[in-house]
Design a protein around this ligand. Structure first.
Ligand code: SF4
Length: 454
């Protein structure tokens, strides 16, 4: 795949029909020329699909709900105005995200899991010819069951299908594979086994194709990581590397640099709104600052930009930080060493960039060290500390167990969403993706409640 700055279009290497891509195994990077803007845009679109899948899984959606979700997400984000480019978009976006997500064990794990889920649901929606050609391409040894063999085994096959609540098998589309290929079906007793072969119906083929896909992708990610660290990162340091590095933590919603809907908050209200409307990550930083009169750099950045986003003006921000820090380091040292970075966050120093508050994704992927207080408590706190912090926030013991379970299963944003729902007695269907979204949604609910009681 060659990435270009020119306006030339990517060549169409694969056929597609009616804007719907065919399913591919992504065995090798395509020999395409890709415009730099497509490189990033296609990756962002695929990321929206994968994050939607991740959210659906974390919310415990059932297989039929996931079927619909995956189709809807794919339609919403992976279309292309030119039908001939749909497959290219699918393939390019997959390979770009391989680069993005090959770079750490944690990133690889997430990508592997989401791409395998995406493949599973897409596989279910394509026809049997595609199934067979993918099985052949994957080198899966299978035999077609002959009519005679089917008749000989019909009784046993029907018995297994009935007890597993499966449709009765037909002679067309019944395969024999080594039983080791289908541990999932064997474990759930959904196949008839004889002489080391499992008799698998076409609608069950997905259960052994997906592990092959997953294993291939897992190896490919490790190889991509080697190439990335030994070669690509350096070669592309001025062009692709910054895009690739930004994509893993990229947040795809509003930037909340100054939330117009919420307006301003003043210093006199800040303790009150911190209690009612700050998410746990920001409450923790805020309370630590009030108690210790100090925060290290990571904490100052995470809380400082959040406060800017919720509408704290620069003068108030300077006064707020100075009140706390001067108790620890003295007013003079605050003016000399710390005031600059606050003005910097507001775009008044240095490159005068208007910095945006951190998203959940970025905060969750941060790595706080000893003495740091930034990060996401659902990920970075011990279970004991998380329990104590949620109890202090006022989360009831019943809701608390659900939150803890989600955090334990690494669904940090969903744990935060459940906390929000428990504390506001209101649902948050979109889920929490940004601390400033938590604040903004909380304020809206509290204002509505206030108005209805006036
Ligand atoms: S999920 Fe997001 S908003 Fe909630 S605590 Fe973690 S980083 Fe903060």
């Amino acid at each position: 795949m060659e990435v270009m700055r020119s306006q030339k279009k990517a060549s169409s290497a694969l056929t597609s029909s009616n804007g719907v891509s065919t399913l591919t195994l992504y065995r090798s990077a395509p020999t395409l020329e890709v415009r730099l803007e497509d490189f990033e845009r296609f990756a962002v679109d695929r990321l929206l699909v994968l994050r939607g899948i991740s959210d659906g899984l974390a919310r415990g959606k059932k297989p039929d709900e996931m079927d619909k979700l995956v189709i809807d997400l794919w339609k919403a984000h992976m279309r292309h105005p030119q039908a001939s480019e749909v497959n290219n978009k699918d393939i390019i976006s997959h390979f770009v995200l391989r680069l993005v997500y090959c770079r750490s064990e944690e990133l690889r794990k997430w990508f592997l899991s989401m791409e395998s889920t995406l493949f599973r649901y897409r596989f279910r929606s394509v026809n049997s010819d595609v199934h067979l050609s993918l099985m052949t391409e994957l080198g899966i040894p299978y035999k077609v069951v002959s009519q005679k063999e089917f008749e000989d085994l019909r009784e046993q096959l029907n018995l297994v299908a009935r007890s597993a609540n499966q449709p009765l098998p037909t002679p067309n589309g019944l395969y024999k594979v080594s039983f080791e290929e289908v541990p999932e079906l064997v474990a759930t007793r959904k196949v008839f086994i004889q002489k080391g072969y499992a008799y698998v119906a076409l609608n069950q083929v997905v259960s052994f194709v997906v592990p092959h896909f997953r294993s291939h992708l897992s190896k490919a990610l490790v190889l991509t990581n080697r190439k990335w660290t030994s070669m690509i990162r350096e070669q592309e340091k001025d062009r692709l590397t910054p895009i690739v590095e930004a994509l893993a933590t990229s947040y795809l919603g509003p930037d909340y640099s100054q939330d117009k809907e919420v307006g301003e908050i003043s210093l006199k209200d800040i303790d009150q709104v911190a209690r009612t409307s700050f998410p746990l990550c920001m409450q923790h930083l805020f309370n630590t600052l009030r108690d210790d009169h100090h925060l290290k750099h990571g904490g100052r950045m995470q809380l400082g930009l959040f406060l800017k986003g919720v509408g704290l003006k620069l003068d108030d921000a300077l006064a707020f930080w100075k009140t706390e820090f001067s108790q620890k380091v003295g007013a003079e040292r605050f003016d000399k060493e710390y005031a600059y970075s606050i003005r910097h966050n507001y775009g008044k120093e240095g490159k005068r960039t208007d910095y945006t508050p951190y998203s959940c994704q970025k905060i969750i992927l941060s790595t706080p060290g000893v003495g740091d207080h930034h990060g996401c408590p659902y990920r970075h706190f011990s279970e004991e500390n998380l329990r104590a912090a949620l109890g202090k926030m006022g989360v009831s013991s019943r809701a608390l167990e659900d939150v803890i379970e989600k955090a334990r299963n690494r669904h940090y944003q969903l744990a935060c969403t459940l906390t929000f729902e428990a504390l506001h007695a209101s649902s948050c269907d979109a889920g929490i993706n940004h601390p400033n979204q938590y604040f903004s949604d909380s304020q809206k609910i509290l204002k509505e409640k206030n108005m209805s009681t006036d």
